[in-house]
Design a protein around this ligand. Structure first.
Ligand code: TXE
Length: 480
């Protein structure tokens, strides 16, 4: 049984009230570990430690902070295999995906913000001959980072790295569904000698310790990634507390596929955008709009690929599609497929749970699923399913494609597949999403603003956006 502990004050510590939650392996449906169901007492220990560490950490020269972040990055690289295996077991994603995407990106997060902090500067504004203004960007203090289960270490470190780089101390809570690699980050912090209390990793449920972190008066900012409903609850809770809040929430991302696209490459890329990580990425394409003249041919190509992609044991090197993260999420996704049928949709590929043989017999697996003949206002076109389920619709012209794409309460990421330059720029300008990819998907430059609008969240992460979120700006004006 894999028993996880909190990482507080530079040490692993059991939850003070001795309460634990089962940790279930998605591929087998079996309990394989226990994680702390932490309480306020655990949180108070972490906050006391963070407050004690803060003066020295914020006073550290930026290149010294950068050295710690680079050391963590190199240690993550060194532990690639162990972290990738842990991630695949905990989340159910293919071990090859964890090894090539999740874990390398966690290292990149620390590398990127190590460089960001050593280059971080601010502005001055001179009033000719009489005064000079300069802007200080100072660390906020102790901040909270709360992350989800779909890209566990990738998103956990995406928040922690800039928070530390900006000179804050962190109370970080991973999802209780995928705690393992976050727990292992504590060992890495010990190995590199990160001062005790700078990063505290505390485990437990959202409604208990997650909410306690958000509410605590000594935690001055919250960076959250998760569901829209949860984000709304947190925003409501914090409204009167005037805490800085960053919310990266769900998506219902349109893909606009035009007849002049590079057909074979677009099929490959759109299929990957639809089903990578079992469709459990907030950036995944889930609403495919296809120009009518190529609809039948494109649909046929996607269906053929979907029929070949079989879910299998995430720990096999050959696996390209793993398990759904939990039993409740499996049931949620299957429920959406049933609602599609009830609303007149036609399942043209997949649509069922898959039962594997051997060790994964009790695991949570769903076929890659493609549905057509649904109106744009159907539940499966309006709500985030967050699983291996996409819908297809045809369009006849650019304006119709844009209208369909913008008919959504979400606004995170869109992809546009065309070689028509003017069309690409016009649609990118007018589509209501925070991120637009043209002839590509998930091509990421960490300097760029990351996030969405409407139900997809509030604020942006990445590059200077993240450094500004995790600092307070102060203008100083000196008259002479
Ligand atoms: O998210 P939750 P879940 C979407 C996706 C998914 C849905 C729910 O549609 O089906 O969200 O997923 C903590 N105060 N996304 O259950 O519940 C919780 O412990 C403070 C999109 O994972 O939002 C976990 O650490 N914290 C998303 C984290 O919040 C709370 C990725 C996320 O949990 C809390 C994942 C509370 N009241 C899911 N309630 C994306 N944008 O990538 C929960 N938590």
């Amino acid at each position: 049984m894999d028993i996880i502990a909190n990482f507080i004050d530079g040490q692993y510590q059991a939850p003070l009230q001795g309460q634990y939650i089962d940790n279930i392996e998605p591929a087998t449906g079996q309990v394989y570990g226990k994680i702390p169901d932490s309480s306020n007492e655990d949180l108070e220990l972490a906050i006391a430690s963070a407050n004690k560490a803060l003066p020295a950490w914020r006073a550290l020269a930026s290149e010294e902070r950068a050295d710690y972040l680079l050391a963590i990055a190199h240690e993550i690289d060194r532990r690639l295999e162990a972290l990738a295996l842990a991630e695949a077991i905990d989340n159910g994603k293919p071990v090859g995906l964890a090894r090539t995407v999740d874990i390398p990106r966690a290292a990149s997060n620390f590398k990127f913000f190590a460089h960001a902090c050593s280059q971080f500067s601010s502005q001055s504004h001179a009033v000719a001959g009489s005064a000079i203004n300069y802007t200080l960007r100072q660390p906020i203090g102790v901040v909270g980072c709360i992350s989800p289960w779909n890209l566990p270490l990738y998103l956990f470190t995406w928040k922690i790295a800039p928070a530390l780089a900006a000179g804050n101390c962190v109370i970080a809570k991973p999802s209780e569904i995928t705690p393992k690699t976050a727990a292992l980050l504590g060992e890495i912090c010990q190995k590199v000698g990160l001062p005790a209390g700078v990063l505290n990793i505390i485990h437990g449920t959202g409604k208990n310790i997650g909410q306690a972190i958000c509410q605590h008066s000594e935690i001055k900012a919250i960076s959250f990634t998760g569901g829209t409903i949860t984000g709304a609850a947190i925003a409501q809770l914090l409204a009167a507390k005037f805490k800085k809040l960053s919310l990266e929430l769900g998506g219902k991302n349109p893909a606009l596929i035009f007849a002049d696209c590079d057909f074979d490459n677009t099929v490959e890329q759109v299929f990957r955008a639809s089903f990578a990580n079992q469709g459990q990425i907030c950036l995944c394409a889930s609403r495919l709009y296809i120009e009518r003249s190529i609809y039948a041919k494109f649909k046929q190509a996607l269906v053929a690929k979907a029929k070949k992609l079989r879910p299998s044991d995430p720990l096999l090197e050959t696996t390209a599609m793993g398990a759904i993260v939990s039993k409740s999420h499996l049931e949620k996704v299957l429920g959406y497929i049933e609602s599609a049928k009830a609303q007149g949709g036609t399942v043209i590929a997949g649509g069922k749970q898959v039962t594997l043989i051997g060790r994964c017999q009790q695991g949570y697996f769903i076929e890659p699923t493609i549905i057509e003949n649904l109106n744009n206002d159907a539940v499966c076109n309006q709500e985030e399913i967050f699983g291996p389920v996409i819908t297809l619709q045809a369009f006849d012209n650019d304006e119709q494609a844009l209208t369909l794409a913008n008919d959504s309460h979400y606004g995170l990421a869109a992809t546009i597949w065309t070689n028509h330059l003017a069309r690409a720029h016009y649609l990118a300008e007018n589509i209501n999403t925070g991120i637009v990819w043209v002839n590509c998907w998930l091509l990421r430059d960490l300097r760029t603003p990351f996030g969405g609008m409407n139900n997809s969240g509030l604020g942006r992460e990445g590059g200077l956006e993240a450094m500004h979120f995790f600092t307070e700006s102060k203008n100083v004006c000196i008259k002479y």
